[in-house]
Design a binder for this molecule. Sequence first.
Ligand SMILES: C[S@@+](CC[C@H](N)C(=O)[O-])C[C@H]1O[C@@H](n2cnc3c(N)ncnc32)[C@H](O)[C@@H]1O
Length: 244
Amino acid sequence: MRIEYDQIAEEYARHRRVHPGVLQDLLAATRPQADFSLLEVGCGTGNYIIALQQAAGCAAWGIDPSAQMLDRARQRSSSVRFQLGQAEKLDFPTASLDLVFSVDVIHHVGDRLAYFKDALRALRPGGRLCTVTDSAEIIRKRRPLTAYFPESAEVELKRYPPVEELKRLMSESGFSGLQEKEVAFPYSLSDIQAYRDKAFSSLHLIAPEAFSRGIQRMEEDLRQAPIPCVSYYYLLWGVKPIEG
Ligand SMILES: C[S@@+](CC[C@H](N)C(=O)[O-])C[C@H]1O[C@@H](n2cnc3c(N)ncnc32)[C@H](O)[C@@H]1O
């Protein structure tokens, strides 16, 4: 089953925010400056690209195939240029970008090799690509998602590409200096509306009974105390070599 982001844009915009560890790493590793050009691929409602653009004051683009997600993004920033587009065909001039990144998108991309090759073309020498995703290890330890909806892990392990495959494809495309990192953000959950609203796409992919069981268990636990959670992400960085 495909996730139709046009249909869940409202819930997504209402509930999903930046992961502080991801944003910090994007900022620290690229130190975006006023003359930088940034592109977020699959920017959705614009959470990350808007935060980076505001921090750096630089040129920034966000592309996404969902018109509804882009509408929400445009309501939040007029400084980022939001355009319809998709990873497999980046409509950007050769050697024009300093950073290309995607967050929670690579599992939707059909031809990942085409994406990495086109990102390499569009980056300036020394420019960087970052893929932020979930490793198999992260999927198994997600809390609350896997803890309360264990069926979601089976679905996710089938649709998320293994990180070894991503590393191989990036090297094959010509990226060098690959670096990987995991970031964690512990927090307490006292409002589960985002889960009731299915603002996390895997909740659309499990059986209705599995969804109801998980929500019921969350409600029972919440009656005792806030639910301790940890949000993880895996970041894979690569550099476009400077020829010389
Ligand atoms: C889970 S959302 C992530 C949105 C945003 N990056 C964030 O983290 O808030 C996944 C996004 O990927 C987009 N997407 C799906 N297929 C894509 C593709 N082939 N190329 C680029 N983006 C795609 C969807 O429309 C959706 O907005």
